[in-house]
Design a protein around this ligand. Structure first.
Ligand code: MN
Length: 240
């Protein structure tokens, strides 16, 4: 048995090759896993669970089918799809999990994050994050008609080039001090996250013990996942 982790697919109508690669991954890889963790920015944008676009329906149907086959699917919000709610999650057969959850991964306590909260050097972004994660801001947005939210989403995408870029150099990397602080606070020696589009395995020392931070890649020319089982953990990529 094994468990898979993915993040940062940025699924969107404008990137059909990534959608195809995702469905291929679903039916050739994920189908054999006992659990699939989606660690945020699965969708490039989210304007509400009532969005009736074909892409979102297809993805929900595919994931739901997988869950019916016995794969446990967990979803963590990213900075793009943080408005995804219980209604869509249940339609897709997935369970929402909080950023910063610690799971027992075959005997190793593992801290899971999207990763944007680790980018504490980006003050402007952290202020924006605090605003858009507030219940008041979210209620205000979701109370607007779907058409108005579509316009708003398009405006937000135009507004800040760096907030919309998928290029790693336009996304600030994590703060190394924050990584250590979070891992120490969680009492773990392994962390998995995405967001930065800088896939890598980083060896660290946490509270005097060898530790590791594994970073998932974004799906663009390649697909990325982490595969963990009783004996091993691998960061895997393939051409799409
Ligand atoms: Mn992100």
């Amino acid at each position: 048995m094994h468990t898979l982790f993915i993040s940062d697919l940025h699924l969107h109508e404008s990137r059909p090759q990534v959608t195809r690669a995702f469905f291929h991954f679903l039916y050739t890889q994920a189908i054999h896993a006992e659990a699939l963790y989606i660690l945020g920015d699965f969708f490039d944008a989210w304007i509400g669970d009532d969005d009736d676009s074909e892409l979102l329906q297809d993805v929900a149907n595919g994931l739901h089918k997988l869950s019916e086959l016995g794969v446990a699917i967990y979803f963590m919000h990213g900075n793009r799809d943080f408005l995804l709610g219980e209604a869509y999650a249940s339609k897709a057969g997935m369970t929402l999990i909080p950023d910063g959850i610690i799971i027992d991964l075959y005997g190793t306590p593992t801290l899971l994050m999207h990763g944007d909260s680790l980018c504490t050097d980006d003050i402007e972004y952290q202020q924006f994050r605090a605003m858009v994660r507030s219940p008041q801001w979210q209620q205000q947005i979701l109370a607007q008609p779907l058409a108005a939210r579509r316009v708003l989403a398009a405006q937000m995408r135009e507004k800040s080039q760096s907030m919309n870029s998928l290029k790693a150099e336009d996304i600030l990397d994590v703060s190394p001090d924050e990584v250590i602080a979070q891992m120490e606070a969680a009492g773990v020696t392994r962390m998995i996250h995405g967001h930065t589009h800088r896939p890598a395995r980083h060896q660290l020392v946490i509270a005097g013990k060898p530790a590791e931070r594994i970073v998932l890649g974004d799906w663009h020319d390649s697909g990325w996942c982490i595969k963990a089982d009783q004996t091993d953990i691998e960061l895997i990529d393939w051409k799409i």
